[in-house]
Design a protein around this ligand. Structure first.
Ligand code: BYC
Length: 355
């Protein structure tokens, strides 16, 4: 925490979202030490065994048998998630050279670097499913795999960096905390660390906005303008409404997803209302109000037609993001060649010592 002037959602009674991450981590450790009865016998019905593991809330590990569709779904989701982390470095990276102070610049640099690290954990998790990082990166560059819609919006002011931390990382945490209990072990374990770091990212964004919202009138107006532009795209991050979600039902049955897109979107709205009040900023939805019966806020849904346009490549920055990524990939080719040559040299040296 940066000061005692505001509280973050993780400080909520009962531990909040970080409390859920700690509980998921404890469950993962317990699952790792639990005996599984030696796994399936030679004549076992593998499908039934897989279903039993899922039912018992145990983890599927890379060497376990799994249905091909489960493997494909995981590769799709984890790869999309990894690509989002990598492309997600661009909108904020845009402000590193223009951060308002040395302290802000150092924090932003570290945050953007963290996103690269998240991409690496996730590519590594995907590789346990029998696909290589090179293949996945190529699928992104060829436009055959997606990344989150949110990173196709421009960062127009310094306040956008604050809003990305507060709303975008906030939405990411709400979506990712349940993934810490995903049925696939490597993905669940990667999510524990990602969520802890995202929680810090959210606080830094919230603190930037808190400073701006309590600064000059111009600073407050800049913060409000950023919230106005990012609110609905952040709601759209959770995906299409449940009725239009192609993968949710199956992913939930497999315990990859634990909640539907709409359930998580609602949870996010409920979390943001009080935080916006503390910031002194207004969420740009005139129909946002407490519903006593549902014990949740009613809100205006994002424009899902816009989400579909952005996903299909027609967002404000899609072309720019992909061009930048392709250029960075091409310009970084020599680094990959050098790293591979160095790794080969070290392994030859190790073999020579062992011989
Ligand atoms: N953007 O059946 P549905 C971050 C696609 S990074 C683009 O509901 P599912 C950060 C979906 O893929 C945060 N595409 O799908 C980084 C599917 O298309 P395909 C990234 C979207 O998978 C840097 C189709 O629409 N987080 O936080 O059950 C700096 C139908 O959707 C989107 C993750 O990736 C979208 N918003 O649910 C700062 C979390 N929504 O594949 C911050 C992991 C939907 O059939 N992913 N689509 O062609 C998930 O939890 C799920 O994949 C989703 C979608 C909730 C996103």
């Amino acid at each position: 925490m940066y000061g005692n002037d505001f509280s973050a959602p993780e400080d909520a009674p009962g531990g909040g979202l970080l409390g859920e991450v700690a509980a998921a981590e404890a469950a993962l450790r317990a699952a790792a030490t639990r005996q599984r009865g030696g796994g399936p016998g030679p004549d076992a019905d593998l499908e039934a065994y897989f279903a039993d593991v899922i039912d018992a809330d145990q983890k599927i590990e890379p060497r376990d048998w799994m249905p091909e569709a489960y493997r494909k779904t995981l590769i799709r989701q984890i790869a999309q998630h990894a690509h989002s982390e990598i492309i997600g470095m661009q909108p904020e990276g845009n402000w590193i050279s223009r951060a308002p102070s040395l302290k802000r610049k150092a924090i932003l640099l570290a945050k953007v670097q963290d996103e690269a690290g998240h991409g690496l954990y996730l590519y590594a998790a995907a590789e346990t499913l029998g696909v290589s990082r090179d293949e996945l990166v190529q699928l992104l560059l060829d436009g055959r795999q997606k990344y989150s819609s949110i990173f196709n919006y421009p960062t127009l002011s310094w306040a956008d960096v604050g809003v990305i931390g507060w709303l975008v990382d906030g939405a990411a945490i709400v979506n990712q905390v349940p993934l810490c209990r995903c049925s696939y072990g490597p993905y669940a374990r990667a999510m524990i660390r990602v969520c802890k770091e995202e929680s810090f990212h959210q606080r830094q964004g919230y603190e930037i906005l808190h400073t701006l919202a309590h600064g000059t009138l111009e600073q407050k107006a800049m913060a409000q303008d950023a919230v106005d532009r990012w609110w609905y795209p952040s709601l759209a991050m959770f995906g299409p409404p449940d009725g239009d979600s192609t993968h949710s039902a199956r992913s939930m049955a497999w315990k990859i997803k634990r909640f539907s897109n709409d359930e998580l979107r609602q949870r996010f709205v409920d979390m943001c209302v009080q935080q916006a009040e503390i910031l002194g900023l207004t969420l740009p939805d005139p129909d946002l109000r407490w519903n006593e019966q549902c014990q949740a806020y009613d809100f205006t849904e994002p424009d899902y037609a816009e989400l579909m346009r952005v996903i299909s490549g027609e967002g404000p920055c899609n072309r720019q993001r992909m061009e930048h990524r392709r250029r960075a990939h091409a310009e970084g080719a020599w680094v990959r060649v050098a790293a591979a040559a160095y790794a080969a040299k070290r392994s030859t040296a190790r073999e020579a010592v062992a011989a």
